[in-house]
Ligand binder design. Sequence first.
Ligand SMILES: NC(=O)c1ccc[n+]([C@@H]2O[C@H](COP(=O)([O-])OP(=O)(O)OC[C@H]3O[C@@H](n4cnc5c(N)ncnc54)[C@H](O)[C@@H]3O)[C@@H](O)[C@H]2O)c1
Ligand SMILES: [Zn+2]
Ligand SMILES: [Zn+2]
Length: 363
Amino acid sequence: MKALVYHGPGQKAWEEVPDPRIRKPTDVIVKIETTTICGTDLHILKGDVPAVERGRILGHEGVGRVVEAGSAVTGLVTGDRVIISCISACGHCDYCKQGVFAHCLGEEGAAGIGWILGHLIDGTQAELVRVPYAETSVYKVPDGVTPQAGTLLSDILPTGHEIGVQYGAVKPGDVVAVVGAGPVGLAAITTAGLYGPSRIIAVDVDRNRVEQAKRFGATDGVVSTDAGWKDQVLALTDGLGVDVAIEAVGIPETFAMVLDIVRPAGHVANVGVHGKGVDLPLDKLWISNITITTGLVNTNTTGTLLKLVAQQKLQVDPFVSHEFDLDDIEKAYDTFSRAAETKALKVMLNARATTGAPPEATA
Ligand SMILES: NC(=O)c1ccc[n+]([C@@H]2O[C@H](COP(=O)([O-])OP(=O)(O)OC[C@H]3O[C@@H](n4cnc5c(N)ncnc54)[C@H](O)[C@@H]3O)[C@@H](O)[C@H]2O)c1
Ligand SMILES: [Zn+2]
Ligand SMILES: [Zn+2]
């Protein structure tokens, strides 16, 4: 098969590799229909995630058809169309029992982490992928949900919802600010709407992204390079600050921004992946009664979000800015990595329809 192989910082190639095989009875093999590229894949290519070894197939998002199932898999059959979650969960360890799938201790992730696809084992930017712990790590795609919409449920929608909105404890009437209106920040904006906030303010350096955010449910936008950006945000509250400030960038500057705009007793939810430490000015913050949360997505709300997408209560089509053939993945990386110029949000990679009908369902 063909796959996108990481060959060290700055180096990748779409090349011929051996087909994956079932290794454990709980595995399935999925033939990819649609996959996409995450900001985290760009971090890997920069060399920011040293756990990724050379030779690794990248990608942790996608939808496809089950083409082979291990002997212990009873709930999935050949032909099922499934969303591959970015988090693999064994379903049995202490963390899985608590619903903290992000920290699943399953044997595949020697480091004890649920994000293993395209990280510690081969991922989804390929024609075929081996999915471990399949029954507890994939979701069947209901009729009416496209593979592209399903792909958004692999990572960005649950990430924005769980680590941004739920950890931020958004409630009716709140004023919510989201700093960073990339795909993950936009997912937080869209899913915050489910909780009835009075305002959702998108804050970004990129004026285009601030404008785009209104299509995802932002009521207001502030360009963070404007002088007085903070006063603009405060003017949208009662003057005391926002109830919930979500950080969806991952740099010290934006973490300082969320601390600057949260009101006393408010919530700061950090979603961004940080490459270096940030200042936490506890000498000023100790008295402020704020709550700060962090986290890797658990994907424990994927099923709920999928239901809302299927019922069209969550509109996800605007996330897809570009579509490419899977074979053109290197072009897609180029487009995605120049998002400010290309206005890319999510770049979908679709496998060319194979001849004939999808495989027959077999028991
Ligand atoms: N915690 C998790 O489980 C998890 C999961 C997936 C992604 N992430 C992380 O979430 C973050 C966002 O992901 P994404 O794919 O949306 O990234 P992205 O790079 O597409 O978006 C980041 C946005 O931040 C904006 N930005 C950059 N500098 C800024 C500044 N100084 N002030 C205001 N805005 C600024 C950019 O213009 C861009 O719109 C990344 O750090 C990613 O690694 C975390
Ligand atoms: Zn991701
Ligand atoms: Zn587990």
